[in-house]
Design a protein around this ligand. Structure first.
Ligand code: ADP
Ligand code: MG
Length: 166
């Protein structure tokens, strides 16, 4: 098995045992043997941003190596979400057992109806950029041409609290 590609994935949960949901989701990603976890950020409790009237999330970011192509990796993320008991139809940005988003895949820029790369909201979210910076602060956003660290520095903490758990 070859693992030529590097991808950053955002993991989140705000229903049930959130920390456990995230950790199980990460484990489930490796089950088929075509994804290897290289790094995992700290775990964070994070304030909900898009839809404020819901519980805080637990979030982290992982760096993986894989032989899957971008859409193959997205399909895997969606299958692990379903396995975790997340219904397909639901309130956009609302509560979820497990949310797996593909943030960056090598330096790929993609506009597909199913997949946008880099993730379209990555640069506006502290709950993504803070853990991303734990793993690789120098990683460059291929559209904005700025590092994760520089993007994080531009964001206000107000309304986007991110508190490390462990
Ligand atoms: P969000 O994570 O933005 O709150 P969802 O998890 O419900 O919302 O994702 C909605 C749709 O976004 C998915 O059906 C997926 O096809 C699409 N999508 C587009 N780009 C990405 C990406 N980079 N990572 C994950 N999903 C994406
Ligand atoms: Mg998602």
């Amino acid at each position: 098995m070859a693992y030529p590609h590097r991808a950053f994935i955002s993991i989140g949960s705000n229903l049930g045992d959130k920390l456990d949901n995230c950790l199980r989701g990460i484990d489930a990603l490796t089950a088929a043997g075509d994804i290897r976890i290289r790094r995992r950020s700290a775990m964070y409790r994070t304030e909900p941003v898009d839809f404020k009237d819901q519980d805080w999330f637990v979030n982290c970011v992982i760096l993986v190596e894989t032989g899957l192509d971008p859409l193959g990796l997205l399909e895997r993320l969606q299958s692990v979400q379903r396995q975790a008991g997340r219904p397909v139809e639901r309130l956009r940005f609302g509560p979820r057992v497990l949310d797996l988003d593909l943030l960056l895949y090598d330096g790929v820029i993609l506009e597909d109806p199913r997949l946008t790369l880099p993730h379209p909201r990555l640069h506006r979210r502290r709950f993504v950029l803070k853990p991303l910076c734990d793993i690789d602060p120098d990683t460059v956003h291929p559209v904005l041409n700025q590092t994760a660290q520089a993007l994080l520095a531009e964001l206000e903490e107000e309304g986007q609290q991110v508190v490390e758990i462990e």
